[in-house]
Design a protein around this ligand. Structure first.
Ligand SMILES: C=CC1=C(C)c2cc3[nH]c(cc4nc(cc5[nH]c(cc1n2)c(C)c5CCC(=O)O)C(CCC(=O)O)=C4C)c(C)c3C=C
Ligand code: FE2
Length: 484
């Protein structure tokens, strides 16, 4: 089978294809094109009919038979391999395959787990919040006014700290995130070993120790020769995986070692069967605790993001979240679990509009509508953290009970659930062959998705807001009230 390439597209080993800008490849009956925004579409020509091919988290294409994925291909994806249920598509890459095995003995594989990080003590809370708000992917100031980022971060973190400290105090005085992520890293190492892959696992946190930069230093010291990057967020958002990947991209630009290091980034993995099934298992288990499981409303509570991320900056987070919930519900349905469900967004911060509906408002509405039993399912994150242990288990539970809901349950985060860790290990193994030097790839710039008028309007209002926040004590105290 011969594959025709055009543009700057590069076909990787075993048919993996590494998306580059504005290019098209035809491979047997499959034709893929990647546009300038990095979005890739593949079509399969079967009996004269062109059908869209849907790509899974690891980039595996799924044919239309046994299809579980309904929405378009996620926009933010680096590595897409094209495989099809049709046997005559891209099956022969003998030279490359030989290449893999001949180099395998010298390979030193690393896996970098990216996560948010959390304060370990109450004294860490304000500096942790400073790091978070100083991130231009969290507070998105217009480029011209980025010089205000750090003073603004100082201001907001100082005002936010007392409320956050209360939250962390109520869950034992600090975030459990580091401990849980370390446990997941150990479990992943063991799972990879059982799949015959020896790998060193590194944890890189975005806003607290061990910082991503520290992990990256260690990777260099250890002379890793191939790296798989796995953000521990199932869905991609500019504010989470996007922000951590940007740190990596900035280092790659500066450091010749990383510029030449083959890297594969798994940007989102909520569509993986193993993840979907593991979530369904947890939900079924918690449903069975209720006296009348079939009457329970399954309440997915996702972490919110400001609406502008999705509307103006092209964040695929909401689409991926909706798709993720649909997949989990489909899986439950296939097992005969036919409960009602709903999705709402939690944890909004500051005076702007976030993704709706808001968790607190929906809980009150459900109570008013007479829903009596509710199972909360945190779905943006795979570890317990302040927003599950404090916000859901304490604040939302109390609100739900006050609103007339009588029976409350909560699904635990996946943590080290073995089916889940095993699936992450599979994702790593599948991503490995498509590792390529990052320096040659197009760095996605979400700002470019915004039209000029919108950008200028944002720039104007952003700068007015920033100056007023810094200069006007009355506004500062109004803003302070919103944060509390
Ligand atoms: C202000 C903007 C924020 C955006 C956008 C945001 C997106 C986002 N965050 C998570 C996951 C987590 N966030 C956590 C803490 C946290 N997040 C924000 C703000 C934004 N998050 C703040 C201010 C804080 C600190 C806690 C607080 O004061 O409320 C955590 C918890 C870490 C821990 O310490 O345990 C997680 C996890 C996602 C998934 C997301 C977008 C999709
Ligand atoms: Fe957050």
């Amino acid at each position: 089978m011969e594959c025709v390439r055009s543009g700057a597209l590069d076909l990787g080993r075993s048919g993996k294809f590494l998306g580059k800008s504005g290019s098209t490849t035809s491979c047997g009956k499959v034709r893929c094109s990647t546009n300038l925004a990095g979005s890739t579409k593949c079509e399969q020509n079967l009996h004269g009919k062109v059908k869209p091919l849907l790509l899974s988290a690891s980039g595996k294409a799924r044919g239309t038979s046994g299809l579980v994925h309904r929405s378009p291909v996620p926009k933010h994806q680096h590595h897409l391999s094209v495989r099809s249920t049709s046997t005559d598509v891209c099956t022969t890459f003998d030279e490359d395959v030989k290449g893999v095995s001949s180099h395998a003995v010298e390979e030193k594989v690393g896996v970098l787990l990216l996560n948010l990080g959390g304060p370990e003590t109450l004294n860490d809370v304000q500096p942790f919040l400073f790091n978070l708000f100083a991130d231009p992917d969290i507070i998105r100031l217009p480029r011209l006014f980025r010089f205000l980022q750090r003073p603004l971060a100082k201001l907001i973190s100082t005002f936010r700290a007392p409320k956050s400290k209360e939250g962390y105090a109520s869950i034992g005085g600090g975030s459990p995130l580091r401990k849980i992520t370390d446990e997941q890293a150990n479990a992943l190492k063991v799972a990879l070993k059982s799949k015959n892959l020896e790998a060193d696992i590194y944890v890189g946190m975005r806003y607290w120790y061990p910082f991503t930069e520290e992990a990256i230093d260690q990777i260099k010291k250890d002379k890793i020769t191939k790296l798989v990057v796995l953000p521990l967020y199932p869905q991609y958002s500019i504010s989470t995986s996007g922000s951590s990947i940007r740190v990596l991209q900035n280092i790659v630009k500066e450091d010749p070692y990383f510029a030449g290091l083959p890297i594969s980034i798994i940007e989102s993995w909520y569509q993986r069967e193993g993840y979907v099934k593991s979530m369904a298992d947890l939900i079924e288990k918690e449903l069975s605790v209720f006296t009348n499981p079939e009457e329970v409303m399954i309440f997915f509570s996702a972490h919110g993001v400001p609406l502008t991320y999705v509307k103006d900056a092209g964040d695929p987070y909401r689409d991926q979240m909706e798709d993720c919930i649909a997949l989990i519900m489909e899986e439950l349905k296939s097992r005969g679990t036919l409960n009602d469900h709903t999705l709402a967004y939690q944890s909004r911060v500051g005076p702007v509009q976030w993704l709706k509906p808001y968790t607190d408002e929906v809980l009150v509405e459900l109570g008013q509508k007479g829903v009596k039993s509710l199972l909360a399912v945190p779905v943006s994150f795979v570890s317990e953290h302040i927003e599950t242990l404090e916000e859901i288990d304490m604040e939302y539970r109390e609100l739900a009970l006050e609103s007339g809901i009588e029976n409350w349950g909560r699904v635990p985060a996946l943590g080290c659930t073995s089916s889940f860790i095993s699936d992450l290990a599979d994702a790593v193994v599948e991503a490995l062959p498509s590792a390529s030097a990052m320096a040659t790839r197009k760095v996605k710039d979400t700002d470019s998705d915004m039209d000029m008028m919108h950008y200028l309007t944002k720039m104007f209002f952003g700068s007015v807001l920033a100056f007023f926040l810094l200069l006007s004590p009355r506004l500062v105290s109004a803003f302070r009230n919103t944060l509390h």
